[in-house]
Every structure is written in C-alpha cells, then in structure tokens.
Write a protein that binds this ligand. Structure first.
Ligand code: SF4
Length: 361
C-alpha cells in the first residue's frame, strides 16, 4: 500500500510521521502549486469549494508519483466537507484512477470506522499505536509553536527570508525526530535562535492583526498566498485564530475540548447556532481579537463557502460594535496575488496610521 493524504499547511509533517511509523510507504503529495490548482479546477464541479479543488489536485499529483491509497476524513459537520471524500472518490474513479480509499468517517457506523482505523494502524499493537500517536501529537504541538514564534520574529528579520530559512531547517529535523525528547530538543534550539531575532522592546509597537476564517484557507500557506509571511515582512504581527491543534480538537471527536464551545458563545448575539465549518467561530474569533486589543482582522473565506458567507453577512456589524476594522478576502481560483497584496497593503497602511494617531493622542 502506497498511501497519500490531503495536505494542509505544515500538518503534513505530523501526518507523514504517524503513517511512516505505522509502517506504511507514504507518498506525500508534492507541495501545492498553480498546476495542482488547475488540475483540481479542471476536474472538480465548478461550484465546489476551493479546498476540495486543491486537495483533488494534490491527490492526482500524488497518484502520478505512485500513490495507490488515499487517507481522508469524512462525514463531519453540516457543511460540504462531509461530502468531499465521496465526491473526490467518484471523480477519480470516472477519470480512471484505480485507488483505494480509507475514509475515517463515523456516519457509516462504528464497525466501518474500526475497519478503517485497523488499516491505518497496520497491524501494530496498542502500545506501539499509543507511542506513534503521542509522537505525532508532540509534532503537532511543535509545528504550532514554531509557527506562532515565527510570526513574532518575522517583523524583526535581519535579512529577507531569515525566519523561513530557520523554519525549513527546523522542519527537516522535526520530520526525522523519532522520540518526544528529540522533538523537545529541536524546539528548544529553535526558541533560542528566534529569541535572538525578536526585539521584545518593540513587540508592543507592532500593528497586530488577527486572521480568522475557514480552517483550510487559514492554515494552508499556498491557498492563502502565504499571508502570514507577507504580513510579517510588512512589519505586522499576524496571529491566527487557531492552529493545527485547535482544528484537531474541533473536528476529531475524541480530542474535542469544551473550551471550543465556550469560546464560540460570544458569537451568539450575532449567529444563534452553528452554520457549519468555521462560520460561527469566525465571529467569535473576531470579537476575541478586538477584546485582546488587536488593530485589525483579516477574514479569509473560500468563494462559495456558505458558513463564511453567513459570517461575512454579520462581520460589518461586529466590526462596528467592537470598533475593529475587518478586511474580508474571498479566495478562489481566479484570485491573483497582485490583487490580494494591494488590498492587504492598503489595509495595513490604514491600520498603521490609525495606530500612530492613537499612540500620539
Ligand atoms: S467550511 Fe466552507 S470551504 Fe470548508 S468545506 Fe465547508 S463549505 Fe467548503
């Protein structure tokens, strides 16, 4: 079995780690490019959401490299994510790709879920399974911390690309790490290196932006035009509303924490019930950022994503009520880097002027 998976952001390091440790031959999809997107756009239904199109392109590129099995989640949440696996399965079949699917999905019953989990754990005993999952989880936490620290460091880079070079080297080591203590050592080195870059005295003066929206677009660097890096290079501290750990806690029931629902409650005056995806949470996160004193919020929304369309409908009111500027970027295959950059730069200029006035006054 040559297994592949839907990549998003840097989660690939943790996903690959546990698949490899279970003894699978892993064929990672090549990093997403415009080719990946055009393949997805060509074969997916026109109104499918952007993440479906990009991951479809990822699968086809992985199959071209020899993958014969696809691991995917399914049946979660009242948005279209639940249908992804089934839709993509049919598209690939119609295109003549003969691949096996392992869909981790409770909607087809516990028996079916256990059968698929058994395929993933590949005959390993429970002790090994726990060990592998603990290491993968530690890598998830490390990836999140690496990303959070990078966002504080980028505005202070001594040369362009400095932080990205360090991250690249750190990820190479993290990918090879075979124990929790090794992961911790790597993280310690990384923190020390970044501490030399971050100017703590100037951190408070930076314009602070919160990034909210649909999880795939927020976390996948290719899809969001590497927004965190661009903002960092513009001298802005950009924090996400959530990282990979939060997404695991939201979408995988055994990891779900009550904290998620508590945090969402502040959105209730605007959206009374869940509208699927991150819709309601987008509002809650915007309020959270306003309350934490952030200067602005960027809302990332895949074009045709219903939950984010609903959120967008009330964001203007939230923005007024909490006095926080919000820029919504609706992203689809037509969206170009030049347009996104212009809008981001204009937004940052406005926030910088506002902040200067506030500090002076
Ligand atoms: S949240 Fe939006 S983009 Fe994501 S799967 Fe659901 S409908 Fe599609």
């Amino acid at each position: 079995m040559k297994i592949t998976y839907p990549p998003f952001g840097d989660a690939r390091i943790a996903i690959e780690s546990f698949l490899r440790d279970f003894g699978h031959e892993v064929i990672p999809p090549p990093p997403s490019t415009n080719r990946t997107l055009s393949i997805g756009v060509k074969y997916a239904p026109e109104f499918a959401c952007l993440p479906l199109k990009i991951t479809l392109g990822n699968y086809i590129e992985a199959i071209e490299k020899g993958a014969d099995t696809i691991l995917m989640l399914g049946g979660i949440g009242p948005c279209r994510f639940g249908y992804y696996a089934e839709v993509q399965k049919r598209i690939l079949k119609d295109l003549g790709y003969d691949v096996e699917w392992i869909i981790l999905d409770l909607s087809n019953g516990w028996m079916n879920l256990f059968k698929n989990i058994k395929k993933v754990v590949n005959g390993n005993n429970i002790i090994k399974v726990i060990k592998v999952l603990r290491l993968a989880w530690e890598k998830v936490l490390a990836i999140d911390e690496i990303e959070k620290i990078a966002r504080r460091a980028r505005p202070f880079e001594r040369y362009k690309g400095e932080v990205d070079n360090i991250i690249r080297e750190t990820y190479k080591k993290l990918d090879q790490a075979d124990s929790i203590s090794h992961v911790k050592e790597i993280l310690l080195d990384y923190r020390e290196t970044m501490d030399n870059i971050i100017d703590k005295n100037r951190l408070e003066d930076l314009v602070k932006i919160g990034i909210v929206g649909e999880f795939y677009v927020v976390l996948d660097h290719f899809t969001n035009f590497e927004i965190a890096r661009r903002l960092g290079e513009l001298g802005v501290l950009a924090e996400n509303a959530f990282y990979i750990e939060d997404i695991v806690r939201i979408y995988i029931p055994i990891f779900r924490s009550k904290d998620i629902d508590e945090r969402t409650k502040v959105a209730l005056p605007y959206i009374k019930r869940s509208v699927g995806g991150e819709g309601q949470r987008t509002i809650a996160h915007t309020i959270e950022f306003a309350e934490k004193g952030f200067d602005g919020v960027i809302h990332l929304s895949p074009f045709t994503c219903m939950p984010e369309i609903v959120a967008d409908g009330v964001l203007e009111r939230v923005s007024k009520d909490y006095d926080i500027p919000v820029l919504t970027l609706s992203i689809d295959e037509q969206t170009g880097l030049a347009g996104v950059t212009t809008r981001i730069e204009a937004f940052i200029d406005m926030l910088k002027t506002k902040k200067k006035r506030r500090m002076a006054g």
